[in-house]
Design a protein around this ligand. Structure first.
Ligand SMILES: [Zn+2]
Length: 385
């Protein structure tokens, strides 16, 4: 593979990630450990500023994982969704849409917030393909298909007037094909909103632990604009959510007729990213020196991404005795690929314990929580949060 998923130009390998572990899976302690992993690499397009993986994830992993990641049960994902809805209401004070579609709708937490007397809502998600995860809500119609294979005429008598997706575009293998099809299926007046992790913020914060198998595409502001422009659309509003995966929200409308594609300057060079990655590796090494030698080191936050953090921290991670997590559903479980118990922090004396912050995408919330538990030391793998 050597061409960009967005602009088709040549791309170059920047980061090798041999034997990168899978994420987001737990097991009961009596189930056998499964350490299967897969070689991976991160590629970058200097022409449009897009990042992408060498190997795409197995679809079954994507949907399983996507479902877990976007569950409304997670406090972080709920607040991210509220942020998105608030931005929409700010941008469209009247929110006068009548036929709204969300693809990658998961448990429909966002759609439920858009209910109204005159509003028809359609949630599209492959997790409903076998109807197992069916939402019991008579006000929301559900299609268990991919967005490009959804026949809107089965649900509305006119084209949808608003289509949105949150944290779905990064999982889609062929974004150009899907966007072109979606635009061809909708009217000239349909408005779109997309939210996805922004590569510019990932690079700015050096969060290379956010590169993992399920995110196949890493859009920069420039590469997403290029994707929209080439499909005959324009971005009319945007906003960043720095605290949820460094997400970018864009509002898009069609331009009527296609114009020539504009050349966007990539914000980074391959060399620039390689230097940033070397700094990240150094940072993980420094974190490891604080972990080494602790006789009472515990993790806090059983994040789905923990196997990737372990991957980057290397040997030092084996000093961890347990992982604490406030979610009672996780207590007693283990990660599918790690031999590390997850325990409830209730009734635990933290005064002689060292804590490694392990749920890096909830670090702001966790810092307050950890301060209240008052452990001996708190080790934060990140400099920025
Ligand atoms: Zn490109």
């Amino acid at each position: 593979m050597s061409s960009c998923n967005i602009c088709g130009e040549n791309i170059a390998k920047v980061i090798d990630l041999p034997q990168l572990p899978f994420t987001g899976e737990f097991r009961k302690p009596n189930e056998p450990i499964d350490k299967s992993c897969r070689d991976q690499a991160f590629y970058y397009c200097e022409s449009c500023g897009h990042g992408q993986l060498e190997n795409s994830a197995r679809p079954e992993d994507v949907y399983k994982d996507t479902y877990l990641f976007r569950s409304a049960e997670s406090k972080t994902s709920r607040s991210g969704c509220d942020f998105f809805i608030n931005f929409l209401r700010l941008f469209f004070p009247k929110m006068s849409f009548n036929r709204i579609v969300e693809f990658g709708c998961n448990d429909c937490y966002a759609l439920k917030k858009l209910k109204g007397a005159e509003v028809k809502l359609l949630g599209v998600d492959l997790i409903f393909a076998d109807k197992k995860n069916y939402i019991d809500d008579s006000e929301i119609m559900i299609a268990g298909k991919s967005i490009e294979n959804t026949d809107f005429s089965l649900y509305f008598n006119e084209s949808p007037d608003f289509v949105f997706s949150r944290h779905t575009m990064e999982h889609i293998l062929s974004p150009r094909t899907v966007i072109e099809k979606l635009f061809s299926m909708t009217s000239e007046d349909t408005i779109f909103a997309f939210e996805f992790p922004c590569l510019d913020i990932l690079l700015k914060n050096g969060r290379f632990d956010q590169i993992f198998h399920q995110h196949v595409n890493y859009y920069s502001e420039a590469s997403f604009l290029k994707l929209m422009e080439d499909a005959g659309a324009e971005v009319i509003g945007s906003c960043k959510n720095w605290t949820l995966w460094g997400a970018l929200i864009v509002i898009v409308r069609k331009k009527g007729k296609k114009t020539g594609s504009r050349k966007y300057n990539a914000l980074r060079s391959i060399n620039d990213i390689a230097i940033k990655y070397a700094l990240f590796q150094k940072q993980m090494e420094i974190c490891g020196t604080f972990m080494n030698g602790s006789e009472a080191l515990y993790g806090f936050g059983a994040a789905q991404m923990l196997p990737v953090l372990k991957y980057h921290l290397g040997e030092s991670f084996s000093n961890l005795k347990w992982i604490f997590d406030d979610d009672p559903a996780k207590a007693g479980l283990k990660y599918k690929n790690l031999d590390l118990k997850i325990c409830s922090p209730d009734k635990i004396d933290f005064s002689k314990k060292d804590i490694l912050l392990t749920a890096l995408d909830s670090s702001r919330m966790l810092m307050c929580r950890l301060a209240s538990l008052n452990p001996r030391r708190i080790i934060n793998p990140l400099n920025v949060m």
